[in-house]
Write a protein that binds this ligand. Structure first.
Ligand code: E4P
Length: 217
């Protein structure tokens, strides 16, 4: 499963890229706002930190305007992935862009039928929002299970990019289901390495090593 960082914070992306665990980045207008950076500038900088896809979201609502915005965004770098909302205009834009060889991430997906439409529109990625789904009284992971089943039924190549990930449990369940990608806040990616018994084990080994009086280098 690929790990994308769900952030526009350059330092955090740089730190993750250095671990070798980063496969791409997703941004959205709220994350750009949070970064306080210029959209074009920060997107270009992020594209230079990873070879993987970097999602940059259009803000227009009609197809023609989305195409105009996508035209600007896709010139930023070869690894830009245009993010469009799951609306009929977004799907039309998705079809046009992917037909042209541009990567497209269809975002704000909250139902399996929406995901089916995105696959039919040739989306590179579909982004079901599990955290927001949970917040509204549904089970976000059920949505991922349904989409996996439907995509496998028809051998759709659209990758399931689990979004709105809030904790390690979402990541584990996504991996069990066979989702292709999870995009997470950097803190969630780093937290996957944590285990109290790992910490305790290191502590014990180091205490015993100290007693040997030896050194490796
Ligand atoms: C990523 O592509 C999404 O925009 C993001 O995961 C949404 O996360 P949130 O629900 O925590 O805002």
């Amino acid at each position: 499963m690929k790990f994308f960082a769900d952030t526009a914070e350059i330092d955090a992306i740089r730190e993750l890229a250095a671990t070798g665990l980063l496969d791409g980045v997703t941004t959205n207008p709220s994350l750009i706002h949070k970064s306080g950076r210029d959209f074009m500038e920060v997107t270009k900088e992020i594209c230079g930190l990873t070879d993987g896809p970097v999602s940059a979201e259009v803000v227009a609502l009609d197809h023609e305007s989305m195409m105009r915005e996508a035209e600007v965004l896709r010139k930023i770098a070869d690894n830009v992935c245009i993010k469009v909302p799951l609306t009929i205009d977004g799907l039309k834009t998705c079809k046009a862009l992917t037909g042209d060889g541009t990567m497209v991430n269809v975002t704000l997906c909250f139902s399996a039928n929406q995901a089916l439409l995105a696959a039919k529109a040739g989306a590179t990625f579909i982004s079901p929002f599990v955290g927001r789904h949970d917040d509204n009284g549904f089970d976000g992971m059920d949505l991922i299970r349904d989409i996996r089943l439907i995509y496998d039924n028809y051998a759709f190549e659209t990758e399931i990019l689990v979004a709105s990930v809030r904790h390690a449990g979402h990541v584990l369940e996504s991996a069990r289901i066979g989702a292709d990608v999870a995009t997470m806040p950097p803190g969630v990616i780093l937290s996957l390495a944590n285990h109290v018994l790992t910490d305790k084990g290191i502590e014990g080994f180091l205490a015993d090593w100290e007693k040997t009086g030896q050194s490796i280098v």
